[in-house]
Design a protein around this ligand. Structure first.
Ligand code: NAD
Length: 356
């Protein structure tokens, strides 16, 4: 199995190296090959996603990604900005299914802004469609308004659309995921207002017939945003489009209060995937040795489960992470009184030791 390792910028290299150590400690026969991406790639090759990096990503069985971006690249033209690398990889590899688990470990309930009884033990999965919706719909642009009330004024416009096969493929991904978990799918849309959502809902109902063991429910996105803070544990798998998923997955991530803990996966139709922490490159703490590597280590566990067919090894990593949390070890972002503050490397050491 070939793994493309793309550390990127900011804290990316510091946290990816810890995930690589954990993978190596499992003693698996993995061929790990590293390449620059983001600002680091711009510095050496003049482009955030150089052809050699893209080639490596294409031929690999999975990609372990750190994070990209740094304020020092803010003045570059948009197509040369580090963040274009992640958009380019999603597009070139047709990564259409984004998995964002939001898990609240019992030891970390204090990190959440919600009451412990509401958040403790949370384990939900947001499945977001990544390649369609209003983000990519045409036509779009800025034009002169023809509306009687605002005639002649500038107006911005975008187009929301989803085709039946697009909805079906993300629906099947969500139902398959639910089968391996709590067997419930909540499809989030805005079918009371949007035609796109009406079609989305019809397709979800049709797809659900092939999964009689999984319960399907529907929720409008405004209600879903409320329910995620009121009773998040009522959800199992949430499936939704690109726009709604962008907002809800960040909301779900922040429920747990510890962005440094949350992994994510973006998969293609063959379960090849890009695995990365849900957070960014955190330039404010880069190089200080204090970044939390657990989101990246847990992303490596997701890679073993979803792309490499090694669920037992994935579970070994997840159990090791739980063990270090139970031991009271904390990086600065999740530190609370009475626990032991450790560095990025010490957290990596502890996970490697816990694997044994
Ligand atoms: P961020 O997620 O990088 O940081 C937000 C806050 O969380 C910061 O205070 C940071 O120190 C903290 N934080 C993040 N990860 C942490 C970790 N592992 N351990 C401890 N603390 C952590 O978001 P931002 O500050 O809005 O963005 C910084 C850069 O990252 C920008 O250039 C942005 O474009 C980029 N970004 C990249 C990705 C990606 O690579 N997929 C995603 C989001 C943002």
């Amino acid at each position: 199995m070939k793994i493309a390792v793309l550390p990127g910028d900011g804290i990316g290299p510091e946290i990816v190296v810890q995930a690589v150590r954990v993978l190596k400690a499992l003693g698996l026969n993995l061929d790990l090959e590293e390449a620059p991406v983001g600002g680091a790639a711009y510095d050496v090759a003049g482009h955030p996603l150089p052809p050699a990096t893209l080639e490596l990503a294409k031929k690999a069985d999975a990609i372990l990604f750190g994070a990209v971006g740094d304020w020092k690249y803010d003045t570059l033209a948009r197509e040369l900005r580090p963040e274009q690398a992640i958009l380019g990889l999603r597009k070139h590899l047709e990564l259409f299914a984004n998995f964002r688990p939001a898990i609240c470990y019992p030891e970390l309930t204090a990190a959440s802004s919600l009451k412990p009884e509401i958040i403790g033990g949370l384990d939900i999965l947001i499945v977001r469609e990544l390649n369609g919706d209003i983000y990519f719909g045409q036509p779009r642009g800025i034009r002169t308004s023809e509306l009687a009330l605002f005639k002649g004024a500038r107006e911005g416009f975008d187009t929301m659309h989803y085709s039946e096969p697009e909805v079906e493929r993300i629906g099947r991904v969500a139902f398959e995921a639910a089968r391996k978990r709590g067997k419930k799918v909540c499809s989030v849309d805005k079918a009371n207002v949007l035609e796109t959502s009406q079609l989305w809902r019809e397709v979800m109902i049709r797809v659900a017939k092939d999964y009689p063991d999984v319960e399907l429910s529907h929720m409008y996105v405004d209600n879903a945003a409320m329910q995620l803070v009121k009773a998040p544990k009522a959800f199992d798998v949430v499936v939704t489009g690109n726009l709604f998923g962008d907002i809800l997955s960040d909301e779900a991530a922040m429920l747990t209060g510890s962005i440094g803990m949350l992994p994510s996966a973006s998969l293609d139709k063959n379960n090849k995937g890009l695995y990365e922490p849900s957070h960014g490159s955190a330039p404010d703490i880069a190089g200080k040795g204090i970044a939390n590597p657990l989101a990246t280590i847990l992303s490596a566990a997701m890679m073993l489960r979803y792309s490499l067919g090694m669920p037992a090894e994935a579970e070994r990593i997840e159990k090791a992470v739980q063990k270090v949390l139970a031991q009271g070890l904390r990086t600065a972002d999740i530190f609370t009184e009475g626990t032991q503050k450790v560095s990025t490397v010490q957290m990596g050491d502890a996970v490697v030791a816990a694997l044994a």
